[in-house]
Ligand binder design. Structure first.
Ligand code: PLP
Length: 358
């Protein structure tokens, strides 16, 4: 039985989105960021669809990298959080994964581990202002020298940093971060990477040897004032359910928990089988659009665990069983994120196990 509440992953859109990204960054290699289950779209199937289209992959955790390698990918895979133990280091070596090297703790593990037949590919991570992972600028020359002397580290070393505010094209912090990165790395000959999706589009001078694209691959815009479609991207995910009940209410009646909406007129409400138990955001406000038969109708009342309610209007011809689109083609996930006071990343990442994926 095909589950009524389901997401469709349009894998063909990946090739289109990759092409668009390459048009914007023609001189850089493309690292596809597929952490967090490929932003909720399915790690292995997305990565396999991207194999041959991109130059490498990035994941956050060691186990994500192992899963990718086991699925048969032969491209380079970078683990953005690196390792925290000797056991994790061993996995990186066994599965030929490269690591972000961002903390002295990791340097100690590498120094105390006897050189294996294989050496570790390393991206020295520099904290240029994000203050999350990475060595401080003043620490970089010393760490570089230490790594150069280690036999279990591949040479040359590569370099990366990460932007804090690249989605705001007016924010001078991005240029400051770039300048710090350039100053620290221009003399070294390894590969360099700093741009995420917002950097790739908003700050083309940050593209360097490797761009690290996540959101753009999935057809989603990193900017508040544009949708993926406006950037010539195609959304990878569409989320669907269907109408399971229709009821008439009189003016003055309320709907749902805490009675947050009162009907101003007599109207027909539609009940759709999707809620926060499926990953639909509970914070979606009254008015959040839902597509039913290509027409937008507003959510009224609270999102509950298994259901939402929409105002169909008294004249509506919508029937029980009609299909609803929560986001996807014709209804950008970016728009839903705005209605729910969040970012599109959390919506696509947050789809739960209950939702069938096709
Ligand atoms: C997640 C992540 C990316 C990709 O970010 P997008 O905004 O999705 O393009 C790039 N680099 C690092 C270090 C990340 O953690």
């Amino acid at each position: 039985m095909r589950s009524a509440t389901h997401a469709i992953i349009h894998l063909k859109a990946l090739a289109h989105n990759v092409k668009q990204i390459r048009l914007r960054a023609p001189s850089s290699k493309l690292m596809a960021v597929v952490k967090a289950n490929a932003y909720g779209h399915g790690l292995v199937r997305v990565a396999q669809a991207l194999a041959g289209l991109v130059d490498g992959f990035a994941v956050a955790r060691v186990e994500e990298g192992v899963k990718l390698r086991k699925s048969g990918l032969s491209e380079r895979i970078v683990v953005l959080e690196g390792f925290v133990s000797e056991a994790e280091l061993q996995y990186l070596l066994d599965y030929d994964l490269e690591a972000s090297l961002h903390a002295f703790h990791q340097l100690t593990i590498l120094t105390n581990t006897a050189p294996a037949p294989k050496a570790l590919g390393v991206w020295l991570k520099i904290d240029t202002g994000m203050n999350r992972l990475g060595f401080k600028p003043s620490e970089v020359p010393g760490v570089y020298q230490h790594l150069i002397d280690l036999k279990n580290v591949k040479k040359p070393l590569h370099f990366m940093s990460h932007f804090a505010n690249a989605d705001d094209t007016q924010d001078p912090k991005t240029q400051t971060q770039l300048a710090r990165f350039d100053e620290l790395t221009f003399a070294y000959n390894g590969e360099k990477s700093i741009a995420n999706s917002a950097g790739i589009l908003g700050w083309p001078n940050t593209q360097k040897d490797w761009i690290r694209a996540g959101l753009l691959l999935y057809g989603i815009s990193p900017f508040f004032n544009a949708t993926g479609a406006e950037l010539n991207l195609k959304p990878l995910m569409s989320l669907h359910s269907r109408i399971i009940a229709i009821r008439e209410v009189a003016a003055g009646e309320t709907v749902g928990y805490s009675s947050t909406w009162t009907s101003p007129t007599k109207t027909k409400l539609g009940v759709i089988a999707i809620g926060y138990g499926d990953g639909y955001p509970r914070q979606a406000k009254n008015g959040t659009p839902v597509l039913i038969n290509d027409t937008r109708v507003p959510i009224v009342g609270r999102v509950s665990m298994d259901m939402i309610t929409v105002d169909l209007g008294l004249q509506s011809s919508v029937k029980i069983g009609d299909k609803a689109t929560l986001w996807g083609d014709g209804l950008p996930v970016e728009e839903i994120a705005t209605w729910a006071n969040t970012i599109p990343y959390t919506l696509v990442c947050g789809i739960t196990q209950r939702v069938a994926m096709f």
